[in-house]
Design a protein around this ligand. Structure first.
Ligand code: PAF
Length: 281
């Protein structure tokens, strides 16, 4: 497995692979890798000839300095895991490499996606995500890039950004991987106590129940029921729980649109838990 430590090295290696006719897959990550990331690697290995993984804790997407400082980092075990899963190259840039002084970044208009739901809770977050992904695509020009469905709004933001600049990279969204309790895998889960972690599957179970309920009762009623249930659980605070149009994140009130996802974020056991379920597609 190759280690690429500068943008120039990464760019050159990709160019070499492209010249050889290889289809390039990129899995952008912030490290602290888990099986969810590995499922993205596996998808890339199935669909591409070369799989690159980037590891970069992107300061621009942390609106809370404490969250950035507390973000788990374990490069050694990440590299072992990636090597064991047959990754071809890992790009581990520095902040200076990703954000060189005087680098001409275009203005990325997120068309309001950065202001609603997760964007409203974390001002500046999606600007930082769009900027870093733009920069990775600029350096590596992957044919395909893989992202997890868990961060649903992020996938909508990234698709919007690639459409905005007409970038040639195909965006593939892979299903959320879950712990045995049903809890969506996340690098932040290690901050939960063992006890909280074992029962944290209630969020996904609530989403599953919602999906069942909309067969019998109106969407708004079913959402109200789900929120009441969560609100009454000890230690749970809902940040948002909303059915949205899966293409533009606009809140929907009934099932008349063709693509509907319920996105949810709660605070539990001292961490923010994100999850979502496709209600209709
Ligand atoms: O989902 C993540 O880990 C990050 O937001 C990403 C896409 C790697 C950008 O830093």
């Amino acid at each position: 497995m190759m280690l690429l430590k500068t943008a120039l090295e990464a760019k050159k290696q990709v160019q070499k692979d492209k010249k050889a006719g290889f289809r390039i897959g990129l899995v952008p990550t912030m490290g602290a890798l888990h099986q969810g990331h590995i499922s993205l690697v596996q998808a890339s290995k199935e669909q591409c000839d070369r799989t690159y993984v980037s590891i970069f804790v992107n300061p621009a997407q942390f609106n809370d300095k404490k969250d950035l400082d507390a973000y788990p980092v374990d490069l050694e075990s990440d590299l072992k895991l990636l090597e064991a899963h047959g990754v071809d190259a890992v790009f581990i840039p520095t902040v200076e490499d990703i954000y060189p002084e005087d680098h001409p970044f275009p203005k990325i208009d997120l068309n309001g996606l950065d202001k609603i739901l997760e964007g409203e809770m974390r001002p500046g977050h999606f600007d930082g995500v769009a900027k870093v992904v733009y920069r990775f695509f600029e350096i590596m020009t992957p044919d395909v890039a893989f992202f997890g469905q868990k961060d649903f709004q992020q996938t909508v933001v990234i698709r919007h950004m690639t459409d905005l600049f007409n970038l040639p990279t195909e965006i593939v969204i892979c299903p959320t991987l879950r712990e045995p309790s049903g809890l969506a895998m996340s690098s932040r889960n290690i901050r939960l106590s063992e006890y909280d972690r074992s029962r944290a599957g209630f969020l996904y179970k609530t989403l599953l129940k919602l999906k069942e309920d909309i067969n019998y009762i109106a969407l708004e009623e079913a959402v109200g029921k789900a929120k009441n249930y969560l609100r009454n659980l000890p230690g749970v605070k809902i940040e948002y729980f909303a059915p949205v149009n899966g293409r533009n994140m606009e809140i929907v009130h009934d099932l008349s649109q063709d693509y509907i996802v319920c996105v949810a974020v709660i605070q539990f056991g001292g961490i923010r838990m994100l999850d979502n379920i496709v209600l209709k597609k």
